[in-house]
Design a protein around this ligand. Structure first.
Ligand code: ZN
Length: 337
């Protein structure tokens, strides 16, 4: 087999100095995980903690929570449980940078109609010049990370505008576990697996984004998004997936049955619901780093026993070609080299 060696336990490739393999073919992240005590690992958040927080805020504002909806299984399940299990009044919120799939938007439309919740769709081409610049300059900045800085800032602004006390994200345990809310949603540049991606994204923002008058107010980092949010409105960011007693198979079956939710025909990784641009982002990450942030997330799930290594390798297969990527890049006026 060609390409870098992959950790025998997770799906991270050897990428020194951040990711190294020992003589047994196990990566340093898996080795560190094995050293953690069972107690530290088992620190499971209690659902009663979550319901207590909800009870403090319920009914005091026009909406109890702003639910970020991508149309994927995790966020659709979040909306479903916030309405049915936790009895809140949610405002569903979707941001579309112009590359959302029809299948994802269709899932959202069905969910909000069936649940009878208010829904706000924000569609904007604002980020297109930046996406094009990443592609055209061959920058190693991660499109998804830059985008998440944009949409988290936007989400906090929307929560402030409608005075909504809680933001509900659909992050699963692989993406975040009771982090000081947000650091894991994208650019956790302190985690070794994200160090190079985070540094490249930061450099791109400093050099190309904030120097452009159109983007002069763009946050320098996710930390700045959080700092601004703290000053503005202080909405809490939580995910019901940290507390719910269900695995993904169970909640997917539930939303399929109750909301008519469907897996999108096209998405990377397989069986996810990510936007079209994500194909380019993932392709670039493989080219620039030898892995994507999905490899990082799935490796975490493997360590936690929520996914097998074989399943992850299957989901992470890249079976799309340049023609497909160029069709996606065409509206940006870009060509994938
Ligand atoms: Zn590993």
């Amino acid at each position: 087999m060609n390409g870098p060696k992959i950790c025998r336990k997770c799906v991270l490739p050897e990428a020194p100095p951040e990711i190294t393999l020992d003589a047994d073919g196990v990566c340093n992240i898996c080795a560190d995980y094995a050293k953690q005590t069972a107690a530290a690992r088992e620190e499971k958040p209690l659902e009663t903690d979550f319901t207590k927080i909800l009870a403090q805020h319920r009914g005091k504002h026009e909406y109890d929570c702003l639910v970020m909806c991508s149309g994927g299984k995790d966020s659709t399940a979040s909306l479903y449980y916030m309405k049915t299990r936790y009895k809140t009044k949610p405002l569903a919120f979707t941001f579309d940078h112009g590359f959302e799939t029809e299948d994802a938007l269709d899932n959202i439309k069905k969910a909000v109609e069936k649940l009878g919740v208010d829904f706000m769709l924000f569609r904007s081409d604002f980020m297109h010049d930046m996406f094009a610049k990443i592609i055209n300059t061959g920058s190693k900045a991660v499109i998804c990370h830059l985008c998440s800085i944009w949409y988290m800032d936007l989400t906090f602004k929307m929560a402030a505008r409608f005075d909504i006390p809680i933001i509900i994200a659909g992050w699963t345990k692989g993406q975040s576990l009771r982090q000081p809310a947000m650091t894991k949603c994208a650019c956790n540049i302190t985690a070794p697996e994200f160090a190079r991606m985070g540094a490249a994204t930061k450099e791109f923002i400093d050099q190309h984004v904030r120097t452009d008058p159109k983007y002069k107010d763009f946050p320098a980092s996710m930390e700045e998004v959080l700092a601004r949010a703290q000053k503005r409105h202080k909405a809490l960011v939580l995910s019901p997936h940290w507390f719910l007693p269900y695995d993904s198979q169970t909640y997917v079956e539930t939303i399929e049955r109750e909301l008519g939710w469907k897996y999108p025909a096209l998405s990377y990784p397989a069986k996810s619901t990510n936007c079209y641009l994500n194909f380019i982002s993932a392709y670039n990450s493989m080219k620039n780093y030898g892995y994507t942030h999905y490899h990082v997330e799935m490796s975490k799930l493997i360590r936690d026993g929520a996914l097998t290594r074989a399943e992850a390798l299957e989901l992470l297969k890249m079976d799309f070609g340049k023609d497909f990527l160029n069709k996606i890049a065409a509206p940006l006026g870009c060509k994938i080299e």
